[in-house]
Design a protein around this ligand. Structure first.
Ligand code: NAP
Ligand code: 3JM
Length: 354
């Protein structure tokens, strides 16, 4: 008989939090009780878990009394404020935000890729950024078999990655555009909430995700580079794999796309070999049949836990280099499902305790 747990979801009313409730209901985790936490704004809201209506509560440090497992997705500052309180009270926290990802004693985990990193946890486990996760799923099987020297990635990131309010904003802009109205006035959140200027996303592309840094890169690009090194090599600053990224927000509601150019160490690898290892990796679906125009598309990935990979082809001008196209639901494998899957691994590995 597996253990049962008192679980709390922090940020339960958000785009990710609502999917955490769904994914937890479908998981192998034996839930003794579930507490739904958010801010005072949505305290009193009722949400359903396994057919039962639960009332959302305002979060306070004492919300975590008696909780074994916290699934957290309410933004970095909320995690920084509350997760140490939850850990103090004995809970294990799986955090979806970037708050703790780069701390040395915090494992950064994609369960199919580096499950053993969970063994070193001290109460907090970080879920990587959505764009990093799907890239790790596509490239880890390649790294294991052929070695990886370099990754050059351009992302095509869905509006929902910036939260429910960003998705609503894009839909309003699209409506206004079609009605012949000015859509500039609707832009209040994107490219990123805290920044000085806001631009419409509907019928547009925004090459800024998260804040822009003095280096010239956006913080999202920085995350992809350093999270990749921490997950694949155990060192966020390793130079063993060179990584660079361009992150772009596109007017797609859900599911991120990525165009990935990569170089392997074993130059005898063929595109067929790459397809084989990608297809054999658990959690991946190879959709690569150019004769029949089969390739991954966001509209087909929505609601799925898998990572979809296609358009795998060699760079005929550069031995050992390839291109691929990767799509996954940013709210599921990129966030809620990867978090719940980490909790399933912690349970199975008997690590759901401090
Ligand atoms: P969202 O739709 O805006 O939802 C935000 C959630 O946080 C809501 O439940 C909100 O509750 C809650 N919240 C806000 N301030 C709070 C506070 N002071 N105390 C308690 N709860 C508070 O955003 P989302 O898309 O679900 O994303 C949430 C967070 O998850 C992001 O900020 C990000 O850090 C992380 N995330 C990670 C990934 C990833 O790549 N792994 C992807 C997406 C998001 P109210 O209803 O009360 O406002
Ligand atoms: C994805 O702290 C915040 O306001 C959230 C910003 C955010 C993050 C983050 O940095 O945690 C929005 C969307 C992420 C992420 O996963 O890195």
């Amino acid at each position: 008989m597996s253990k049962s747990y008192n679980v709390a979801i922090l940020g339960a009313t958000g785009a990710v939090g609502r999917r955490m409730i769904e994914q937890l209901a479908q998981s192998t985790i034996n839930v003794k009780s579930l507490k739904l936490l958010a801010s005072s704004r949505s305290a009193g809201t009722k949400l359903e878990f396994k057919g039962q209506a639960l009332t959302v509560e305002e979060t306070t440090p004492d919300s975590f009394n008696g909780i074994d497992l916290v699934l957290s997705s309410a933004g970095g500052s909320v995690s920084k404020k509350f997760l140490p309180e939850a850990v103090k009270r004995g809970a294990v926290c799986v955090d979806n935000t970037s708050a703790f990802r780069m701390e040395e004693d915090v494992p950064l985990v994609v369960p199919e890729v580096n499950p053993d990193a969970l063994k070193g946890h001290h109460g907090i486990i970080a879920n990587p950024n959505c764009s990093t996760i799907q890239m790790m799923m596509a490239l880890e099987p390649v790294r294991r078999k052929f070695g990886l020297k370099q990754i050059i990635v351009s992302t095509y990131q869905a509006a929902s990655g910036a939260g429910q309010s960003a998705l609503n904003e894009m839909k309003q802009e699209a409506q206004d555009f079609l009605d012949g109205k000015d859509m500039q006035a609707d832009a209040r959140i994107l490219p990123t909430k805290g920044d000085k200027k806001h631009y419409p996303l509907a019928f547009n592309l925004l090459p800024q995700i998260d804040v822009l840094e003095d280096s010239g890169y956006s913080h999202e690009e920085w995350k992809m580079i350093h999270e990749t090194k921490k997950i694949m090599l155990g060192d966020m600053n390793s130079d063993k794999i060179k990584v660079t990224a361009t992150c772009v927000r596109v007017p797609v509601p859900i599911a991120h796309g990525e165009s990935i150019y990569f170089m392997v160490e074993d130059t005898s690898a063929t595109a067929q070999d790459i397809m084989q290892v990608v297809a054999d990796f658990p959690g991946n679906v190879l959709e690569d049949d150019i004769k029949h125009q089969i390739y991954p598309q966001p509209i087909n990935a929505v609601g799925k836990r898998e990572t979809f990979v296609g358009r795998i082809r060699p760079d005929y001008e550069n031995a050992g280099a390839f291109n691929m196209w990767v799509v996954s639901d940013n709210l599921l494998k990129g966030a809620a499902w990867n978090t719940v899957e980490i909790a399933e691994y912690l349970d199975k590995m008997d690590l759901l305790h401090q």
